[in-house]
Design a protein around this ligand. Structure first.
Ligand code: AMP
Length: 214
């Protein structure tokens, strides 16, 4: 099964993606994770995208399309994937449609999660990510004795992403509403699109998603 999950930063995409991946055994293709790895490794791509990402702007379509094209060519991408963070622009959405036709694949379901902007700011300013395993947690769930310890992998590696500051979050949200949200309608023209209410506990949202994926 090939799934695309879309939604503003902080809607709970990361948390829900983890559940879908383990439930359905899909490969996780996250352009945000791929770009952060590129930055950490100091590659040419990483150097090109570092400041753009720190500002909360979108990386150039051509760079992301090339990265995704390479990823789709890897053997594990043939057996079902969850695409997270892509497409982010209409150019990417149309490019992906073409690319899928080329590799003989399709999208079985597009999940579009949404919550109001103020809730997103509240959530993201308290969000922590694990540098080792990419698990996500909130300020309230941090280990009191060791706030940087990840509950998922046990490593001392939790940190707050540089682009999770309020000013940057507002900027990312504006970019999202202007440029990315229109992609949901565009994908909906060719593939089954389901809009999911992202308010409530992670379990409640997971339940809504599960009823769509059944
Ligand atoms: P994410 O982890 O999906 O929130 O992505 C973090 C940042 O990576 C975004 O704010 C963008 O700067 C960049 N990024 C991730 N995916 C894309 C994409 N498909 N197109 C352009 N920029 C992207």
């Amino acid at each position: 099964m090939n799934v695309v999950i879309m939604g503003p930063p902080g809607v709970g995409k990361g948390t829900q993606s983890w559940r879908i991946l383990s439930d359905l055994g899909l490969v996780h293709i996250s352009t945000g994770d791929m770009l952060r790895i590129a930055i950490r490794s100091g590659s040419d791509l990483g150097l090109k995208v570092k400041s753009v990402m720190a500002e909360g702007d979108l990386v150039l379509d051509a760079l992301v399309m090339e990265m995704i094209r390479d990823r789709f060519k890897q053997p594990d991408a043939a057996g079902g994937w969850l695409l997270d963070g892509f497409p982010r622009t209409l150019v990417q959405a149309d490019g992906m449609n073409k690319m899928l036709t080329e590799v003989g694949q399709t999208i079985d379901v597009v999940l579009a999660l949404d919550v109001p902007d103020d809730e997103i700011v509240r959530r993201l300013t308290g969000r922590y990510t694990c540098r080792k395993c990419n698990a996500i947690t909130s300020r309230e769930q941090l280990n009191e004795d060791n706030p940087t310890k990840c509950a998922n992998c046990g490593q001392d590696a939790l940190y707050q992403r540089g682009d999770d500051r309020e000013e940057t979050i507002r900027r990312r949200l504006q970019v999202f509403r202007d440029r990315t949200w229109p992609c949901t309608d565009r994908l909906g023209e060719s593939f089954p699109l389901h809009r999911i209410n992202g308010l409530g506990t992670p379990d409640e949202v997971a339940q809504r998603i599960a009823s769509v994926l059944e």
